[in-house]
Design a protein around this ligand. Structure first.
Ligand SMILES: Nc1ncnc2c1ncn2[C@@H]1O[C@H](COP(=O)(O)OP(=O)(O)O)[C@@H](O)[C@H]1O
Ligand SMILES: [Mg+2]
Length: 303
């Protein structure tokens, strides 16, 4: 019998299953038993316990939740409830902030991190939206605050495209309008992986020809790229401010303001896929070790 038990829910596609096995084996070497496939979507709660696949979740020493694929409201609800009783990586507070673009950028800005300019208003408050467009005197991007993969972003190039977009957005049942000033950049970014405050890896993505989005799902290409000290420091600071134990910080260089800015912070940054590993992204083992160290530190420090 192991002294410690950890629950895991991890993505299985893109090589995630192989990564998970490595994590499970490394934990075992350290006397930590791991129980996988704990998908809170199928959990129930009664009599003081959240039960998932026959496991009483509160009795675990830690829960490692690492699956980006669309968590249901129910899952997130139980994530939050469980977070009261056992450590979860990532912790719920940081997870929920970074699931929201506005909350993340707002928090970073308040802590002195360079970001793009942004504006949030009630969905009926189109007067303010128009005035910010005039004030910025630049293209802007409408973003759903909880979007991912570059989906739902709309580039607003002039006032008439704003006029066209507004009725369309008003039809959707949105709480708010969130826009960012369009940053003049070279259409490439840096993804910096941080685990427990330490730099793990950096790579980049390049937008396809005639596109401004670097997301792989929008046709962006992964590129090998070294960070400089400024980029690493910026990523570490952003990770710390959000409170994420594991973070993927996206950084671009603003050509007009001549500085690096943080675009977003991802709470479930993917490991390199087998194809990306072949390309030369070789950080997976380093990241696995850092995560296993982090889990061990959290649970053994607790007892
Ligand atoms: N303010 C901006 N100015 C210029 N390009 C941007 C801006 N915000 C986002 N982008 C581009 O769009 C991509 C997707 O935006 P992002 O906010 O990261 O949303 P998602 O969560 O969907 O990835 C970014 O990777 C970047 O290439
Ligand atoms: Mg992004």
């Amino acid at each position: 019998m192991s002294d410690y038990r950890v629950g895991i829910w991890m993505y299985q596609n893109g090589g995630g299953d192989v990564i998970e096995k490595k994590i499970v084996n490394k934990l075992k070497e350290r006397g930590i038993e791991a129980i996988t496939d704990l998908n809170l979507r199928y959990a129930t709660a009664e009599e003081g316990h959240i039960m998932c696949n026959g496991v009483a979740m509160e009795e675990l020493d830690l829960f490692f939740s690492y699956n980006a694929g669309g968590q249901t409201q129910y899952q997130v609800y139980l994530y939050e409830a469980l977070d009261q009783y056992i450590p979860i990586i990532n912790n719920f507070k940081a997870f929920s902030i970074t699931e929201d673009k506005f909350k993340t950028i707002h928090l970073l800005k308040r802590n002195g991190i360079p970001t793009t300019e942004y504006f949030l208003c009630h969905r009926d408050d189109t007067k303010h939206l128009r005035s910010i467009f005039k004030k910025w005197n630049s293209k802007m991007i409408y973003k759903p605050v909880d979007g991912w993969g570059g989906i739902g972003l709309a580039l607003i190039e002039n006032e008439s495209s704003l006029d066209m977009l507004l009725p369309f957005l008003n039809q959707m049942d949105l709480r708010c309008f969130y826009v960012e000033k369009f940053v003049n950049y070279d259409k490439s970014d840096y993804r910096v992986d941080i685990v427990d405050g330490e730099f793990i890896a950096c790579y980049g993505r390049k937008a396809p020809e005639n596109d401004w989005k670097t997301n792989i799902t929008s046709g962006g290409k992964v590129i090998l790229r070294e960070p400089n000290d400024e980029i690493v420091e910026l990523a570490k600071k952003a990770a710390k401010i959000t409170g994420l134990e594991i973070a993927g910080v996206d950084i671009i260089y603003d050509l007009d303001k001549e500085r690096y800015i943080v675009l977003e912070v991802n709470g479930i940054p993917a490991f390199a896929t087998p194809e990306q590993e072949k390309m030369g992204l070789n950080f997976n083992d380093k990241k696995i070790d850092a995560i296993v160290n982090l889990i061990e530190k959290k649970i053994k420090g607790k007892k």
